[in-house]
Write a protein that binds this ligand. Structure first.
Ligand SMILES: Nc1ncnc2c1ncn2[C@@H]1O[C@H](COP(=O)(O)OP(=O)(O)O)[C@@H](O)[C@H]1O
Ligand SMILES: [Mg+2]
Length: 282
């Protein structure tokens, strides 16, 4: 079988072996401050793939998605690969927020708005937002710099107002259901990023990976303390380790991760997977 590498991302690779389909493969690579570290975290790719598939299933009644099969993949990709319909990815990162964190917090503090949406005054970092907000950004290749916030009218002039409306309403509907499911498991979904694509028939489907710790901020409810930066239980651990080294300037090459830090990072990914899905990781 001829398999062609279409795209190599920081942590995932996209292959093609049949027309109209792609295979997304999640590696065990870890990226910290946008730098891929030389040490993999065993099973990270499988854990995030399983989590994403679980979410696609949970949200299938909200919007159709690109997944064809997680079994019909080349042997080397077993557990970490997903066969998907190839779609034309809409060049807007569809972000929804339920809590104030990261760039959303920065923007609110500076302007009282996020992606043009006015947010009530007086909120602190980590606070719950009174309503979920759609805060899209441009989808920019890493080598071309960072994603920029877009106000809704910019999305509309980029993709047309009908598609812009659909992106917003689908993003918010997915986010509402995902937030509700997470909350039942004592996990706060602070924010997440969805990507949508159009099929050759013109249908809009949910694509990429969804609701993994590489695309979302998840907080354990017992760790939540508004008024400060929140701990993201799984991802923050290896980031904090890298920062606290004090010897790395956040440019490539990144530092080797010691064995105990790898083991603890893996344990945390497993723990988040188990908490959210209620399943045991074998
Ligand atoms: N069904 C799909 N069809 C075509 N491209 C897709 C599909 N799902 C996701 N993609 C694209 O595959 C790529 C996955 O690579 P990724 O590791 O996220 O790297 P990056 O986001 O840096 O490009 C992304 O560009 C994403 O938009
Ligand atoms: Mg990506």
């Amino acid at each position: 079988m001829l398999v062609e590498l279409l795209h190599q991302g920081k942590v995932r690779d996209v292959y093609s072996d049949r027309p109209g389909e792609v295979i997304l493969v999640a590696s065990d690579r870890v990226s910290v401050y946008d730098v891929v570290l030389p040490t993999p975290v065993p099973d990270k790719g499988k854990l995030l793939t399983a989590l994403s598939l679980w979410w696609f299933d949970q949200l299938a009644d909200v919007t159709p998605n690109h997944v064809i099969s997680a079994d019909d993949v080349p042997d080397e990709g077993a557990g970490r690969a997903v066969r998907c319909r190839q779609v034309d990815i809409v060049q807007v990162e569809c972000i929804a927020r339920g809590y104030l964190a990261g760039l959303g917090w920065d923007s609110y503090r500076e302007t009282g708005r996020i992606s043009g949406v006015r947010i009530p005054p007086g909120l602190v970092e980590g606070d719950r937002l009174p309503e979920h907000v759609f805060t899209p950004t441009t989808k920019t290749a890493p080598e071309d710099g960072h994603d920029e916030p877009m106000i809704f009218d910019e999305v509309a002039s980029e993709v047309g107002s009908e598609l812009a409306d659909a992106l917003r309403s689908k993003t918010l509907a997915l986010f509402a259901k995902a937030s509700e499911i997470s909350a039942q498991r004592d996990v706060l979904l602070a924010d997440t990023k969805f990507e949508f694509g159009t099929t050759p028939d013109g249908d809009l489907v949910l694509a990429d990976e969804i609701l993994t710790s590489d695309s979302s901020r998840f907080w354990r409810v017992e760790d939540w303390k508004p008024g400060q930066r929140q701990i993201s239980f799984d991802k923050q651990y290896v980031r904090d380790w890298a920062r606290d080294l004090g010897t790395w300037d956040k440019t490539p090459p990144g530092p080797e991760i010691p064995e105990d830090v790898v083991a603890e990072t893996r344990r945390r990914y497993v723990s988040m997977y188990e908490r959210i899905t209620g399943l045991r990781w074998e």
